[in-house]
Ligand binder design. Structure first.
Ligand code: CA
Length: 234
C-alpha cells in the first residue's frame, strides 16, 4: 500500500530535502508552496500524511489545518519555527497529530511519521470495534468493557460519569498516543465545544481519583506537559 504524503512549505530547499527523504521511504510525495494549493491537492488526493509548515503565504498553516480537518483524517505533522508557535499548535483547536520545531533532521521527521502510521487512529470508533467481539480492554488491573460501559479496577466496579468513561475509552483505545486537549474535546464533546479546553483537566482529575491507585502519580492516564494526555502503554 502506497503512503501518500503532502509537504506544505514555501521554503523550496526544505521541500526538496523532505521530498528526498520521504521518497526514499517509498512514499508518494506531493508538494504545495502555499495554503490554497495544499487544500486543492488534499481534496483531490487521498492523503495519509501532511507535513504542514506554520508560516505560509496566503493562508497560514493553522487555517489550512482547520479547513483540512473538515474533510480529511490525514495525519498532520506541523512544522514550527518558534516555541510560541508550539504552544499555539497544541493549545488551539488545530488537530495536529505531532509537531517538529525547526531546525529538525529529516530523519527525525521520517521517524515521527513512521510512528504515527503505526499507531491506530484513536477514538471511540476503534474502541467499539475492539469490543464488538465482546472482549473488554484490559490493562493490568484495569478492565474497560465498552459494550456494557463497565469499568473495573481489580474486581471492583467503578462508577464513572459518561464523560469520564468516554475520555477513558478514547485514550485507552490508542495506548501511547498523545492527545491534545482539543483532540479530546473533539472526540468526546464532538467538536462543537466552545470555551476553555481546561475543562478536560477537571474530568481527567476526577477520572484518576476513580481508577488510579495514586492519582498524583498516575499509572494509566498520564499528563504530557504542554501537550495533553496519553494512556500509558502496558
Ligand atoms: Ca514557511
Amino acid at each position: 500500500m502506497t503512503i501518500r504524503a503532502l509537504i506544505v512549505e514555501d521554503e523550496q530547499d526544505l521541500v526538496a530535502l523532505l521530498r528526498l527523504h520521504l521518497e526514499r521511504e517509498g512514499f508518494e510525495v506531493h508538494e504545495a508552496l502555499d495554503g490554497p494549493a495544499a487544500l486543492e491537492i488534499a481534496r483531490r488526493v487521498d492523503l495519509d500524511v501532511v507535513v504542514l509548515d506554520w508560516m505560509l503565504p496566503k493562508l497560514g498553516g493553522m487555517e489550512v489545518l482547520r479547513e483540512l480537518r473538515s474533510f480529511s483524517d490525514a495525519y498532520v505533522v506541523m512544522l514550527t519555527a518558534r516555541t510560541e508557535e508550539v504552544d499555539r499548535v497544541v493549545g488551539l483547536s488545530t488537530g495536529a497529530d505531532d509537531y517538529l520545531t525547526k531546525p529538525f533532521s529529516p530523519a527525525e521527521l521520517v521517524a515521527r511519521v513512521r510512528a504515527m502510521l503505526r499507531r491506530p487512529r484513536g477514538g471511540l470508533a476503534s474502541a467499539g470495534s475492539v469490543t464488538s467481539e465482546g472482549t473488554p480492554l484490559r490493562f493490568g488491573g484495569l478492565s474497560v468493557d465498552t459494550v456494557r460501559r463497565e469499568v473495573r479496577v481489580g474486581e471492583k466496579e467503578v462508577d464513572l460519569t459518561a464523560l469520564e468513561f468516554d475520555l477513558l475509552v478514547t485514550l485507552a483505545a490508542s495506548p501511547g498516543a498523545v492527545f491534545s486537549r482539543d483532540r479530546l474535546l473533539e472526540k468526546v464533546w464532538g467538536g462543537d465545544y466552545f470555551g476553555s479546553d481546561h475543562v478536560i483537566d477537571v474530568h481527567i482529575a476526577n477520572l484518576r481519583k476513580k481508577i488510579e491507585a495514586d492519582p498524583s502519580n498516575p499509572r494509566y492516564v498520564q499528563t504530557i506537559r504542554g501537550v495533553g494526555y496519553r494512556f500509558r502503554p502496558a
